[in-house]
Structures are given as structure tokens and as C-alpha cells.
Design a protein around this ligand. Structure first.
Ligand SMILES: [Zn+2]
Ligand SMILES: [Zn+2]
Length: 247
């Protein structure tokens, strides 16, 4: 047994092997934390989405060329948005259990979904560097991990692309965005990030990874700072896209 096997056995003792979503016992070694039936319910990359902001367009799919009604007048600093799926159902439940329930092991399942989603939307070609959206250090300390860092690391490892941790930094704590409007969110994150070593991202095509995207103001501000510091492209890839088209 290697050290990883011992570690996994240790983890299995702490976390009984039941599906995190439906609680049925998991006997299959292929997937440790979520059963096949629940995993099968997650729709990966099936929706028609706006290429600019990632919103699901449903029956309005033909409006996607220059952005949808929700984003066409917005200045967005990233070049595209892709996601694994909608922020709903099992994926939403798992993200909650991961982040707020501090179930760190779920990075394996969610990172796996990110890997599957990446091949589905074909986003890893022409990426030089994977960069997670950072947390402010007090928040990271409280949660014990940065969810985006853990899942993006799985993705980078799978595709053998360098993973950048700690170069893009959140330099001030920001108010929780949940109850803020889009404009308030934009103001809330303005100037909240910096890059420690710009030389490491010069002319790089970056994949910026987050767990959930709602209005895109946080990722857009990260993209702005990355480009201001020399990155040549910033594509955004998130596990789940929240929000819907409103007319
Ligand atoms: Zn299940
Ligand atoms: Zn859009």
C-alpha cells in the first residue's frame, strides 16, 4: 500500500462511503463519494449557452452570436464563458456540501465533473495556464480550502497544464454578493485583486476557474487584472452557471 492508499483508507473511515446526495451505500470503487445514479442525473454541457456570458438560452439559442439580452451591453473582460452545467439540482447540492459543509473530499467528484465538462465543451486546447479565482485569506482560513483551487488543480493535472496558485490574489475582503445587484457586485469587486508576479502570466492564454458564476462580475474583474498584467486571453470555466435570461 502506498501513502495515498493509507490516506484514502483514513478518509474512508472519517467519511463513510455513502452517496453525498442520496445516502445510499457506495460499493463501486469507480466513484467514491457520489453514486452512479446521482452522477448520471447531472447534465453536462447540454444546454445552448451564450458564448459571451454562459447563460442558458433555451429557446432563444439564435441570439448567441454577440451576446444575449442579459450581457450585450455589459463590458466583460473575459473572452468566453463555459460551464459544466446549470447551478441547480445535484450539482448545486454537491457544491453546497463541498463549500459550506466543509466536505473537502468532494473536490474529487467535482474536479472529475470539471474534467468531463472540459472535454465536452472542448475548452482545453490553446490554454497555457489554469488559474483559480482566489479567496481572501481570512475566508480561506475559515473554510480551510479554496474550492476553486482544489477543483481547478484536478483539471490542470489531468491535462498536464501548469496550475497557478497564489499569483492572482484577492487583496481585500469583499461583501457577500448574494443579495447584491449586478452593479453593486461590480463596485464590490473593483480593485479586489492583484497579480504578484506579472512576468509569469505575460502573453499567457489563461483558463480562469471558479465553482459558481452568477453575474460574472467577479470573474470579469479577475480577467481585467490578469489582462492588465499581461495575459493575452482569459477564458472562464465554471462548474455551474447560475441565473436565467430575464426580459
Ligand atoms: Zn446517490
Ligand atoms: Zn450573454
Amino acid at each position: 500500500m502506498g501513502i495515498n492508499d493509507y490516506f484514502n483508507t483514513f478518509i474512508d473511515i472519517i467519511y463513510p462511503r455513502q452517496c453525498f446526495s442520496c445516502d445510499t451505500p457506495i460499493e463501486d470503487d469507480m466513484e467514491k463519494y457520489v453514486c452512479r445514479s446521482c452522477l448520471g442525473k447531472i447534465k453536462i454541457g447540454e444546454d445552448n449557452r451564450c458564448v459571451r456570458c454562459g447563460l442558458s438560452l433555451g429557446q432563444y439559442a439564435d441570439m448567441a452570436t454577440f451576446g444575449c439580452i442579459s450581457c450585450k451591453d455589459l463590458r466583460l473582460w473575459f473572452d468566453s464563458v463555459h460551464c459544466v452545467g446549470e447551478y441547480a439540482g445535484i450539482i448545486k447540492e454537491l457544491i453546497h456540501k463541498f463549500k459550506y459543509g466543509r466536505n473537502e473530499v468532494l473536490y474529487i467528484t467535482l474536479g472529475g465533473l470539471l474534467v468531463k465538462g472540459a472535454s465536452c465543451v472542448n475548452i482545453m486546447n490553446h490554454i497555457d495556464l489554469v488559474v483559480p479565482v482566489p479567496l481572501f485569506w481570512t475566508k480561506r482560513l475559515k473554510r480551510r480550502f479554496n474550492q476553486s483551487e482544489l477543483i481547478s488543480k484536478e483539471l490542470a493535472k489531468c491535462y498536464s497544464i501548469p496550475h497557478s496558485k497564489g499569483n492572482l490574489r484577492r487583496i481585500r475582503a469583499t461583501e457577500t454578493q448574494t443579495k447584491l445587484t449586478r452593479n453593486q457586485r461590480m463596485a464590490n469587486v473593483k480593485g479586489a485583486f492583484n497579480v504578484r508576479k506579472p512576468g509569469k502570466i505575460t502573453n499567457k492564454r489563461i483558463l480562469l476557474v471558479d465553482d459558481v458564476m452568477t453575474t460574472g462580475m467577479t470573474t470579469s474583474e479577475c480577467a481585467r487584472i490578469l489582462k492588465e498584467n499581461g495575459a493575452c486571453r482569459v477564458e472562464v470555466f465554471v462548474l455551474a452557471r447560475a441565473g436565467s435570461l430575464s426580459f
